[in-house]
Ligand binder design. Structure first.
Ligand SMILES: CC(C)(COP(=O)(O)OP(=O)(O)OC[C@H]1O[C@@H](n2cnc3c(N)ncnc32)[C@H](O)[C@@H]1OP(=O)(O)O)[C@@H](O)C(=O)NCCC(=O)NCCS
Length: 162
């Protein structure tokens, strides 16, 4: 386990976050999504992990409309610095972000991602499959944080994903 800590991202972090996104994903698309989510006010939580050398991880959570209501959240992008991957940064960011969303009163979080990674946090394709979304299949998953939220409906993603 390496030494790092997390905090809420600030506008001053944006260039370093974009560089991290590009390094982790090997292209500019996720950095563009992160910038657009911030610019459009669609980000719910933006967290960075850092150590003495700078940013080593980043996660974004954004608003998803369910049947037009602000009742859902989405996870992504998620990046860990390539040379430090598999040392717990991504997992810590996911768990911290889900706890913060829970405290904010969010009830359901969706992700489109690795189906061998996200189930360890409780994400499941079965939880997402009753929702109509631009995506489907095993990579489209959701986790229910609390009872009482929508159990079906049509999802509208932020403009950053269009
Ligand atoms: C995916 C990612 C965020 C995980 O963060 P991380 O800090 O490396 O992961 P952690 O240390 O928390 O967890 C390590 C575990 O994740 C698994 N893992 C890492 N990358 C994975 C991937 N691309 N697909 C599936 N599992 C992956 C590891 O095999 C390891 O599994 P184990 O615990 O069973 O040994 C990071 O590898 C990354 O930035 N990848 C490139 C960008 C990306 O794919 N982002 C996610 C898009 S859905």
């Amino acid at each position: 386990m390496i030494d790092f800590w997390t905090r809420t991202a600030t506008p001053e972090d944006m260039d370093a976050i974009a560089a991290l996104n590009e390094a982790a994903f090997g292209g500019p698309d996720e950095a563009r999504v992160t910038r657009q989510l911030q610019a459009d006010g669609d980000s719910l939580i933006s967290l960075v992990a850092e150590n003495e050398s700078g940013l080593v991880g980043h996660i974004e959570f954004f608003r998803i409309l369910i049947d037009g209501e602000p009742a859902g959240a989405g996870l992504g992008p998620l990046s860990a610095k390539p040379c430090l991957q598999k040392s717990g940064i991504g997992s810590y960011l996911v768990r911290t972000g889900l706890e913060e969303l829970d405290m904010l009163g969010e009830t359901i979080v969706f992700v489109l991602g690795h189906d061998t990674y996200y189930p360890r946090f409780g994400f499941a394709a079965e939880t997402a499959q009753s929702f109509a979304a631009p995506w489907s299949g095993p990579h489209f998953m959701a986790i229910r944080l609390a009872p009482g939220g929508p159990t079906s409906g049509t999802l509208t993603y932020p403009r950053a994903f269009s």
